[in-house]
Write a protein that binds this ligand. Structure first.
Ligand code: BTN
Length: 287
């Protein structure tokens, strides 16, 4: 399952040379093609793979996005990786730490990309990675078993459009998607970028599990361009609510003040959204 043959700037050897983590990425399964690194990582977790194991692919044929969407995953330019995370292995998980894993992951990704590129990378709730309001990356967390199952492992899947030229995006997603290279005007070494990302993820998760979500909340709020924005949120099924995003709740939820004129919801008190899709509407001023 582990292959050493890799394309150009992406290789296990190069990642190892750049890697300075304590734990993350000490086992890397590289696949030139796979359906989905999340699917591979979930299978590895069932077989007893260790916390911190990374599954990396150059190409996914059925990349999974949030809300059942497809993640466009062509070969040769991007990063598709999934990391096995065992909350058990961290000393004393704090209240709400688990629900913060996806958001804290978003912070680590945004911070790494900002450092590497100097671009104003932001987060759209819950964890879309944006540059100039276009998506350059996303995070999909899945788990083996239920939350109540103490043996359950979390698979943190991260997809990043690194060197893909704008014209290589399918026409239907081109207006809303971009890559680091398209925005920065230069290409990036994927191995070095992944090594830097793994180090930042390790720091963020360690902090989250040892001290709770305090720091993640502050960092997330700084990166999150949704807060203060007028938004349209699709909550359950096809119910939509428009209003202003006010803040992030203690469990990582998004708190919205619905528009007084919003007749679809009829709500006039703050609404807490725990899952769903957010669209940024015009008017970007903070409350
Ligand atoms: C989103 O919809 O924003 C989340 C996209 C997550 C994509 C990544 S690519 C690596 C990992 N494997 C998958 O099948 N999906 C995630």
């Amino acid at each position: 399952m582990t292959h050493s043959l890799m394309s150009s700037d992406l290789s296990v050897q190069a990642i190892r040379r750049a890697l300075t983590t304590e734990r993350l990425g000490h086992t890397i399964h590289f696949l030139e093609h796979t359906s989905s690194t999340n699917a591979e990582a979930l299978a590895l977790a069932q077989e007893g793979a260790a916390d911190g194991t990374v599954v990396l692919a150059d190409h996914q044929t059925a990349g999974r996005g949030r809300l059942g969407r497809i993640w466009h995953s062509p070969p040769g330019n991007n990063l598709y990786c999934s990391i096995l995370l065992s909350p058990r292995s961290s000393a004393g998980p704090q209240d709400n730490a688990l629900t913060w894993i996806p958001l804290s992951t978003g912070v680590a990704v945004a911070r790494t990309l900002r450092r590497a590129s100097g671009l104003a990378v932001t987060l759209k709730w819950p964890n879309d990675i944006l540059v100039n309001e276009k998506k350059i990356g996303g995070v999909l967390c899945e788990r083996t078993g239920s939350l109540q199952n103490s043996d359950s492992l979390i698979v943190v899947g991260i997809g990043l459009n690194v060197n893909l030229p704008s014209e290589a995006f399918p026409e239907e997603i081109r207006p809303a998607a971009t890559s680091l290279a398209a925005e920065a005007g230069r290409t990036f070494d994927r191995s070095a970028l992944l090594a830097a990302l793994l180090l930042e993820l390790e720091r963020c998760w360690l902090q989250l599990f040892s001290a709770g979500p305090g720091e993640a909340t502050a960092a997330y709020t700084e990166f999150c361009s949704t807060i203060g924005h007028r938004v349209r949120v699709t909550v359950a099924g096809d119910t939509t609510v428009e209003g202003r995003a006010m803040q992030i709740g203690p469990d990582g939820s998004l708190v919205i003040m619905p528009d007084a004129s919003d007749t679809t919801s009829g709500a006039t008190t703050p609404l807490t959204v725990r899952a769903g899709d957010v669209i940024h509407l015009r008017n970007t001023s903070r409350p």
